[in-house]
Design a protein around this ligand. Structure first.
Ligand code: ADP
Ligand code: MG
Length: 253
């Protein structure tokens, strides 16, 4: 049975999408069957694995709001073994449309239940908010990965994210656990980056991945080519570190 992992942090630009795309792609290249579920109306994960948003006919919105099954919406990505549930800007309306519904927090969970056993890993790329879309992801997930950017104010807002996590644990999904914390955009030349690593490790004892993602130009270029980084430049540092992370997530290192 597949393991479902939400990648969330209500801050934008902390590398949620970069992590969902590259971790998912590495696991698929390692022979795992992976599904990437894009639930950000910006659809960056969709573009990031080589799917043109303009050509998407049905997206996660149709599942969450119009009652389509995930099977009707899943498309192959540019990477072998990696399937995608695309998102388009249409999803921006879902947050409000869900509010009045009885199963507003568990729509995604219900949809995933039907296809969960077809995959080894399912990654949910969350939008930069703690609204109903992210709550749906946490309700559907077995665990959460939190990417944290090695910047000033790195820990700011994490309290709210953890409150939401505990709220979901208590009311909607008692099995939800913290999978791990991923430090991103590390710059070893700055004391600040080093301080943030220390602080985050103190705060999340034993939960921080050994793989720390450095600032890497290849990682920021790859999405504009619609490719995960290891397809774009396999030997880049960004590619190597996400490989390291994939091994940690699989528990083989
Ligand atoms: P989020 O999904 O949390 O908003 P993204 O994954 O879209 O964040 O990353 C924000 C921006 O930073 C993107 O342009 C992305 O390409 C870039 N980026 C992400 N990780 C790195 C990195 N390690 N080094 C350089 N640029 C990065
Ligand atoms: Mg994103």
């Amino acid at each position: 049975m597949g393991k479902t992992i939400a990648i969330a942090n209500q801050k934008g630009g902390v590398a949620k999408t970069t992590t969902a795309v590259n971790l998912g792609a590495w696991l698929s290249l390692m022979g795992q069957k992976v599904l990437l579920v894009d639930i950000d109306p910006q659809g960056n994960a969709t573009t990031g694995v080589g799917v043109d948003k303009n050509e998407v006919e049905r997206c996660i919105y149709d599942v969450m709001i119009n009652g389509l099954t995930l099977q009707e919406v899943i498309v192959p990505s540019a990477v072998e073994n990696l399937d995608l549930v695309p998102a388009t800007i249409e999803l921006a309306g879902a947050e409000i449309e869900l509010v009045g519904r009885a199963e507003r927090e568990s729509t995604l969970k219900k949809a995933l239940a039907e296809i969960k056993d077809k995959y080894d890993y399912i990654f949910i790329d969350c939008p930069p908010s703690l609204g109903l879309l992210t709550i749906n992801a946490l309700t559907a997930a077995d665990s959460l990965i939190i990417p944290i950017q090695c910047e000033y104010y790195a820990l700011e807002g994490l309290g709210q994210l953890l409150n939401t996590f505990h709220m979901v644990q208590q009311n909607l999904n008692e099995n939800l656990v913290l999978e791990g914390v991923l430090l991103t955009m590390f710059d070893g030349r700055t004391n600040l980056s080093i301080q943030v690593v220390d602080e985050v490790k103190k705060h999340f004892k034993g939960k921080v991945y050994g793989a720390i993602v450095p600032r890497n130009v290849r990682l920021s270029e790859a999405p504009s080519h619609g490719k995960p980084v290891m397809v774009y430049d396999r030997r880049s540092r960004g590619s190597e570190v996400y490989y390291q992370l994939a091994k940690e997530v699989m528990g083989i290192e």
